[in-house]
Design a binder for this molecule. Sequence first.
Ligand SMILES: Nc1ncnc2c1ncn2[C@@H]1O[C@H](COP(=O)(O)OP(=O)(O)OP(=O)(O)O)[C@@H](O)[C@H]1O
Length: 292
Amino acid sequence: MSQTDSPLVDLRCNAHTYPDGTVGMHDVDFSVYPDEVVALVGGNGAGKSTLLEHLNATLMPDEGELVVDGIAVTEDNKPHARKEVGFVFQDADTQLVAPTVLDDVLFGLQNYGMAGEEAEHRAREALATVDAAHLEDRVPHYLSGGEKRLVGLAGVLVLEPSVVVLDEPLAGLDPERSQLVAQRIRQVHKEGISVVLSTHDLEFAAEIADRVCVMADGNVVGGGTPREVFYDDDLLDRANLRPPAAVRIARDAGLEGSTRPVTEAELVEALSDHETLSETIRTESLDGRSGD
Ligand SMILES: Nc1ncnc2c1ncn2[C@@H]1O[C@H](COP(=O)(O)OP(=O)(O)OP(=O)(O)O)[C@@H](O)[C@H]1O
């Protein structure tokens, strides 16, 4: 990730007011840079989905601006934003509309004027990328939640976006499917695509994100690396969030001042270093005593 690069997406939104008058978000400046994974966290109704839906112009600010790949998005060039910023919805049924999975992935390409063998080849490739090639003849509506998420991801990858946005990608998935979807998201990032996702799972955010943005009351109230955010009690309190388990355990074990682990793997490493250190101190002090 490099924030010295120009942003791929630059959103300035003074407010977004829904038709019933509810203000979903306000005073938000949000950018997505090349080669980063950003996690949006915050309680229910904090504004995460509202922000995400602005990134590909599904929603537009009351006042403000969305710039995607250097081009200001207006009512007339929304397809530019939709192509560059692929959106995987939490409720996959709103996204999967065709009679078969393959048709569904092809549908996106047809919208951009691509058809025939080349299009089918690309659609099959996208399904293979997310390990969903075997699903191509299935009816999207009858897929499991995890399968729908993967097919939704294939449907956006086929357009070769520069950013993929996922709203609650692990919601409703069992641990095994969650891992599978998380792996695919990592793979998308490895291929050079920036990822922005929302999640209530702070362990997942700590594992996957380069940058965490905290939302509360329709506003981004803070952000930074997972280590900065998940050890900032004031910020987490403001958003009614509890730190990930690794942070809580590290604090209980008195490790807070040292490496500040945020993931399970980091915690295990820090605890084993800590034990080695304690053992060395114990041995040294015993040696010291025996020399008295
Ligand atoms: N279509 C809508 N019409 C009216 N108000 C809406 C609509 N969608 C969202 N809101 C309101 O906008 C605010 C932000 O909602 P949003 O869905 O963005 O939050 P969220 O952080 O994604 O929540 P959750 O974690 O529960 O999904 C909430 O007050 C919500 O009630």
